[in-house]
Design a protein around this ligand. Structure first.
Ligand SMILES: [Zn+2]
Length: 271
């Protein structure tokens, strides 16, 4: 799955992804941000009220918040006291089959357009359209087939899958702590090598968190991992045809590091 943020969709990018997705024996799903222009605004205005479906959060739960005029009991069950925070709708057929003909002419036939609407946070920057309408919109396109069965094909899932992009933005932000923040040289080649090394570091940290760590450490950012794990006074020693990890027992994360080491050691060896 390839995700891209903002209004990332250009003809070149989508054409490239479409071509990659068409390779026999491969499956590639993309989810790419799409600009909110005049034709999209017209389509959004034409979505029937009942066609907006409730969006879910990463745990699959409905995102709700208290209405402005809610009662004093914050745990109440009154319908009027809660607002569903976000909704999703598909705009594809409104754009393709509207009164003004196919407005997605030139884009791949498999490309579908989705919109999410949310109640804006107080103080959010809104476009005129959003200010009048009362919702804030984000749009994206995907090639996930309309025939997809089960929960993978539901609008709520398609929306949640697009929002994993937020994790990518986290990785870019924390990548700045692992060398992406500043380049050391005026020389392009040197910086290219630096970038490669920084990417290797980011990838190793990601795999370390995924395969070997749990709890707080599995969610920790590079700065924390550097202090707790990478800078720990430990040594890898060889002897008797075995490798042993020697680590200072008083280090507060010694157990977590030992467990991580055992998990890595237990991974099947690459052929
Ligand atoms: Zn209430």
């Amino acid at each position: 799955m390839i995700t891209c943020d903002g209004a990332g969709a250009s003809h070149d990018l989508i054409a490239r992804l479409d071509k990659l997705a068409a390779r026999p024996g491969h499956q590639l799903i993309y989810s790419v941000g799409w600009e909110l222009g005049a034709r999209e605004r017209a389509a959004i205005s034409a979505v029937p009220a009942g066609a907006w479906q409730i969006a879910v959060d990463a745990r699959g739960e409905i995102r709700e918040r208290r209405a402005d005029q809610a009662c004093a009991d914050r745990g109440c069950g009154h319908r009027r006291c809660w607002i569903e925070e976000a909704h999703v709708a598909e705009l594809t057929s409104l754009l393709r089959e509207g009164p003004r003909g196919d407005q997605l002419d030139g884009w791949p036939a498999k490309m579908r357009v989705f919109a999410r609407r949310e109640r804006p946070h107080p103080g959010a920057q809104l476009t005129l359209f959003e200010a009048e309408d009362g919702w804030r919109y984000s749009l994206w396109v995907t090639n996930r087939p309309a025939t997809t069965r089960g929960w993978l094909g539901q609008n709520a899932y398609i929306d949640a899958a697009h929002r994993v992009q937020a994790r990518v933005e986290d990785a870019i932000r924390t990548g700045k702590d692992t060398g992406l923040g500043h380049f050391p040289s005026f020389d392009f080649q040197v910086n290219a090598a630096w970038l490669t090394a920084a990417m290797i570091a980011a990838i190793l940290l990601a795999w370390l968190k995924l395969l070997a760590l749990d709890g707080d450490l599995a969610r920790a950012e590079p700065k924390t991992l550097r202090y707790r794990v990478l800078h720990a006074a430990a040594r890898l020693v060889r002897g008797g045809r075995r490798r042993r990890l020697k680590i200072q027992a008083s280090w507060p994360w010694a157990d977590a590091i030992t467990a991580a080491w055992q998990r890595i050691d237990a991974l099947p060896q690459a052929p």
